[in-house]
Design a protein around this ligand. Structure first.
Ligand code: SF4
Ligand code: SF4
Length: 387
């Protein structure tokens, strides 16, 4: 229930989300004026718990909009992933408030484009790049990553002047686990048929909640939506059909501004019920609260099933579980142009989905521009007809 006892409904959810999003900028300004640091994060591999444990504000920074790309292309090659160009463009045009708020930036050596972009980004703001292993091997890679996280902890302590004690770290793990449980709960609503949440509304909530300095506000909003998601009350009456095709989106990260595929699928009369990407289920894990906290963070974050890992068995396991849990009819595998790791992995994903579930997947390669929207629509329509 909402705070006044009425069901939220999708319009009310968006209004409340808008309100707390606007408050958030004031919250961050106020907290920073009071001496709190802000740490900008570019990737899911860096544990935000270390920032939270030092009383700093973790801010996700990946660029999801097309506007700053033209400026980025004055320094970066055009033939580069739009996510990298957008991220860099926001920094050089100084048009992202969260980049501006960030005292330092943290990136990881994920793909080639991103790690080389970070070298240039360091000209604009101090950028620490964590040396992420390229495999998830439990012996060599895990000890290397554990060592990197100790270095990261020291960086945050030096920046904030706060010593990250075990007690502080356990409290941060507890808070972030609660946020991720709420994220998972809201995503899992769409295991129901018909799906109570549209993919567009779900991605908007997940995206905006990530920027909130006050994590409790985001948790409360997501929990209220979960409490109210009865009998399709979050969908317009015309959208509540149990026979709409149920689509899972996998692949590259998406967010507001880079969600055209979600809109196209919905305009074609299907539901996006699940996201197996960094905006979605890749954030649906919890860190083991029983273990040594630094070991637990290293283990859990290294296990993130992204295509930059070679091999990347976790993505196939996660997909297998999600396709069954969400009873999906089809899988759309999205690749940003010039993203080699997701592009190459698409072949194995399609073979896996076909062999395991007897359904074809649809691999789409695009960027943030709208110029190919009609071509994408034709391909999505043809795919939905096949299902
Ligand atoms: S897709 Fe991979 S490299 Fe990109 S943000 Fe997600 S985990 Fe990081
Ligand atoms: S989408 Fe691919 S190329 Fe772009 S930042 Fe992520 S891993 Fe790198």
């Amino acid at each position: 229930m909402s705070t006044n006892g009425d069901p939220l409904g999708s319009r009310a959810v968006l209004n409340r989300l808008q309100r707390i999003t606007e408050e958030n900028l004031l919250d961050i300004e106020r907290l920073k004026a009071g001496g709190r640091a802000a740490i900008g994060f570019y990737c899911l591999y860096s544990p935000t718990e270390l920032a939270v444990a030092a009383d700093a504000i973790p801010l996700p920074l990946c660029g999801t909009r097309n506007d700053p790309i033209a400026t980025a292309e004055e320094m970066l090659p055009r033939n580069l992933c739009p996510l990298i160009k957008s991220s860099f463009g926001f920094a050089v045009t100084d048009t992202c408030p969260f980049f501006r708020f960030s005292d330092i930036i943290v990136g990881d050596t994920t793909c080639d484009g991103k790690k080389k972009m970070f070298e240039l980004l360091n000209r604009y703001k101090t950028t620490h790049v964590l040396q992420l292993p390229q495999s998830q091997d439990a012996t060599v890679a895990l000890s290397q990553w554990r060592h990197e996280l100790s270095r990261f902890k020291a960086i945050i302590e030096a920046q904030t002047g706060v010593t990250i004690t075990e007690e502080r770290l356990r409290a941060a793990i507890d808070l972030m686990n609660r946020e991720r449980r709420s994220r998972k709960a809201i995503m899992d609503l769409n295991q129901a048929r018909p799906a109570p949440l549209s993919g567009s509304l779900l991605i908007e909530i997940l995206f905006k909640v990530g920027f909130l300095a006050d994590k409790e506000k985001g948790i409360a909003l997501m929990d209220a939506v979960v409490a109210d998601a009865v009998d399709g009350c979050l969908r317009a009456p015309g959208e509540r059909h149990a026979n709409r095709k149920r689509i899972l989106i996998t692949g590259v990260p998406i967010g507001l501004g880079s969600d055209k595929i979600v809109k196209i699928v919905e305009q074609c009369g299907a539901d996006v019920v699940a996201f197996e990407n960094c905006a979605g289920y890749k954030q649906a894990f919890v860190v083991d609260a029983e273990k040594d906290p630094m070991d637990a963070l290293a283990e859990q974050y290294l296990a993130t099933p992204c295509s930059v890992m070679s091999p990347n068995p976790g993505r196939f396991a996660l997909l297998e579980q999600m396709i069954a849990d969400f009873a999906v009819d089809g899988v759309i595998d999205l690749t940003w142009q010039a993203c080699h790791t997701y592009n190459i992995e698409a072949y194995s994903i399609d073979a896996f989905v076909q062999e395991r579930f007897g359904m074809p997947s649809l691999h789409l390669e695009t960027d943030y521009a709208e110029s190919d929207t009609e071509q994408l629509r034709v391909r999505v329509e043809a795919y939905l007809e096949m299902l």
